[in-house]
Each structure stands twice: as C-alpha cells, then as structure tokens.
Design a binder for this molecule. Sequence first.
Ligand SMILES: C[S@@+](CC[C@H](N)C(=O)[O-])C[C@H]1O[C@@H](n2cnc3c(N)ncnc32)[C@H](O)[C@@H]1O
Length: 242
Amino acid sequence: MVVKTEFIGFRSLLYRSGWFYNAITRRLYDQDKKFSTIATLIGKGPKTVLDLPCGTGYLMRFLHPAIDYEGADLNHRFLKRIRKKELKKRNIKLTKINLQHKNIFDFQEYRGEKKDVIVLCDILHHIYPKHVDLINIAKKISNKIIICEPYVIKPKEISAHDKLLKTVIFIGKYLPKSLFKIVDFLFLDNDGINSYQMRSQWNLNKKSLKVFFKTMGFKNIYKISDEFIAIWESQDIMEVQA
Ligand SMILES: C[S@@+](CC[C@H](N)C(=O)[O-])C[C@H]1O[C@@H](n2cnc3c(N)ncnc32)[C@H](O)[C@@H]1O
C-alpha cells in the first residue's frame, strides 16, 4: 500500500471506524443489493477496476476473482479494515488488489493505461462542487463509469428500513440548521476531508439528479431504494460522433 501524508481534519463518529461505518450504512441502505448490482454491471473476467473512493472496500465482496482491483481513499482507518483477515472472512477471491491512501483527484498517480471501469460510489455529494471535474477526468481514463449516488441526503428524506435509525432520523427532522451542523460534524457525513460549508450546498433531488446524469452523458440509470446507479460508456460518445 502506498502511504501519503495528507492533512485530514476531525472525522465524525461514522468515519472513525470501518466496522461502525459498515454497520450503520447497512441499516440505512441495501448495501448488498447495491454492490452486487454494481459488480454485475462491471461483469466477469479479467478487467481493471478503479474504485474511487473505495471506503471499506465493500464492493470487493461481490467482484469476479479475475478482476484487477485498485481502490483509493483518504481514510486510513477504512483502508485498514480491508486487511487479509477481512478478505478471508468475506471469502473475497480477488488476487490483484492495490489500495492507496490518497486523494481521489490525484489521477496522474493511478497505475497503467485506461481503466476498464471506474466506480464512483456515494461520493459526488461529498465533493461538491468538484463532482463534475471528477466525472470529466474519469471519462478521460476509463471505458466505463458506474456512479452510485443517493438522491436523498438530508435525514428528513432518508427512508431507513431499520427501526432504531428511523427514530434517530425522525428526531433529526426537527433539528434547527445550526444544531444539525454540529450533529453532522460529530456523527454524520463529516468525512474530515470535505467541509460542511461546501457539502451542504449539494441540493440535487430525485428529479434533478437524474437530469444531471443525462446531461453528463449517462445513458442508463437504475433505482435501488433511495439511490441511483448511472452508467456511462466511452462507446456511447463514438456512436454519437459516427
Ligand atoms: C460515503 S463514503 C463512500 C465510500 C465507498 N465508496 C462506499 O460506497 O462505501 C465517502 C468516502 O469518501 C472518502 N473521500 C472523500 N473525499 C475524498 C478525497 N478527496 N480523496 C479520497 N477519499 C475521499 C472518505 O474518506 C470516505 O471514505
């Protein structure tokens, strides 16, 4: 693993432990269905896949063993979770795994030529307003991009299927903005990298997120619970040009 020193600020409870992050996100979203769908869209056989950011590496559980997997994230605790013991426990059969502790925007440092697939899962709302830059750079170095993005971010809109989280979200609905900022900082989406000031400006909803994907050239869009999975392929551009 390549280790880079980068300044990281305070992280919320959610981002302090890979185990905790997985436990909470599994209660909020249908993680298994989501990542197995992404894996199906990637396909079988030898392919290069770049996962930006890879988080706790959940996607790896569903990938075909012949895939050459590369993941990057600035959360060293999440990367640490993807250790040998975890790979064995989850029966992950990938043999080519390269994990990097680095900024996902450092594209010049990724290995080799064009990637077959770049996965951008649950990241666009974190990096606002640089989400368009990320997609445009990804287009230059991959044949296919798979984005998975929730269309509800604010607690009052999330329809968690877990009773405990439903109650927490219900309480969250009535928090004034100033208090919500503190709760976000301590417990929610504060990843220690992207500021609340920027993140809170993300305002795409179900309708506008779909329009955004279409405008960016993503032809196929699927809905899984509160999230969209959108696909872009380089051959689509060639078809338009032909
Ligand atoms: C919501 S998590 C998603 C992780 C993973 N893709 C998933 O779906 O489980 C967001 C992740 O983005 C990472 N992150 C945010 N901005 C980043 C950046 N500029 N460079 C590297 N990682 C970043 C955080 O560390 C965090 O692990």
